[in-house]
Design a protein around this ligand. Structure first.
Ligand code: G3H
Ligand code: 13P
Ligand code: ZN
Length: 311
């Protein structure tokens, strides 16, 4: 099976009331853990690559690893640029075989965001590639950009129809209270998302796929594992799974997960070294890390996204 775009995945996910997992990938073990779980659960997948991941692992290495995963799994897999910030970066990924790109113009004015997004859409659609845009700004850290709570802003539903119409985007990321990284909600407070905004967006854009960034649950088991084995993470609170299930049953067709992969990998490796301080063969500690990613992703596919059996 060749790489696919997300068009068909989103159509089926919208109609079926479930969501596709979009997992950030940086190396072979992460790709293997995710795709082995998806194969066993027969789930469609989006593997996404940030600018930082592309710098770290190199475009060609990541494409070839993903090609290998397709050969091994025969699953519908979409390769997506996460948080593209310039036309040139999006073009380079499109020219290099990605089937989907995000142009994140959310830091620009409404008009500048539209102009930049439109430019990417024109090039992408000429090359049969789909585009995700963003309206509203999430708090947290992406690459070197740190968006503070004061600079974060919820999506204004009044702008979504005009944005989608004028840009021609295929999906839209909105800000309803999630944020990037491990520290999403203040300790001692109850996590809350603005489902009223999501409902209003859904009403204004019927049938249109919505994307949720910053959607890791910051799985407590892995935070605990890190802290029990030499780590020192402060209270980390993510998006509760029932909220993600609710979003998936609504217009949200793509749920972005990176931090949970990082926590699973780091927790497992810390535990391994704590228990085996003399070991130094990377295969010995990467093997359980890959297995932890696989089981964590399996849990998400079945219990959070509901996309198991949908490939
Ligand atoms: O939204 C950001 C993703 O977690 C990617 O993170 O830019 O550090 O690779 P990164
Ligand atoms: P998390 O930090 O919650 O995993 O979000 C990842 C993300 O939105 C990637 O674009
Ligand atoms: Zn994101």
């Amino acid at each position: 099976m060749p790489l696919v775009t997300s068009t068909e995945m989103f159509k089926k996910a919208y109609e079926g009331g479930y969501s596709i997992g979009a997992f950030n990938v940086n190396n072979m073990e992460i790709i293997q853990g995710i795709t082995e779980a998806a194969k066993e659960e027969n789930a469609p997948l989006i593997l996404q690559v940030s600018a930082g991941a592309r710098k770290y692992a190199n475009h060609t290495y990541l494409m070839k690893l993903i090609e290998a995963a397709i050969i091994e799994t025969d699953l519908p897999i979409c390769v997506h640029l996460d948080h593209g910030d310039t036309f040139e970066l999006c073009k380079s990924c499109i020219d290099g075989g990605f089937t989907s790109v995000m142009i994140d113009g959310s830091h620009h004015s409404f008009e500048d965001n539209i102009a930049l997004t439109r430019q990417v859409v024109e090039y992408a659609h000429d090359h049969d590639v789909v585009v995700e845009g963003e309206l509203g700004r999430l708090e947290g850290v992406e690459d070197d950009v740190n968006v503070s709570a004061e600079d974060a802003s919820y999506t204004n539903p009044e702008q979504v129809q005009e944005f989608v119409q004028r840009t021609g985007v295929d999906s839209l990321a909105i800000a309803i209270g999630t944020s990037h990284g491990a520290y999403k909600f203040k300790p001692g407070t109850k996590p809350q998302l603005r489902f009223d905004i999501l409902e209003e967006v859904e009403r204004l854009l019927p049938g249109f796929p919505i994307v949720l960034h910053g959607a890791s649950s910051v799985i407590p088991e892995f935070v605990k594992m890190i802290n029990e084995h030499g780590g020192n993470m402060p209270d980390a609170i993510g998006v509760p799974e029932d909220m993600l299930r609710k979003a998936a049953s609504m217009a949200v067709c793509k749920i972005n997960i990176d931090s949970d992969l990082r926590l699973a990998m780091t927790g497992t490796i810390r535990k391994y070294f704590d228990e085996n301080p003399a070991h130094f063969d990377p295969r010995q500690y990467l093997k359980p890390a890959r297995a932890a990613i696989k089981e964590m992703v399996r849990h998400k596919l079945i219990n959070v996204l509901g996309c198991n059996g949908k490939a």
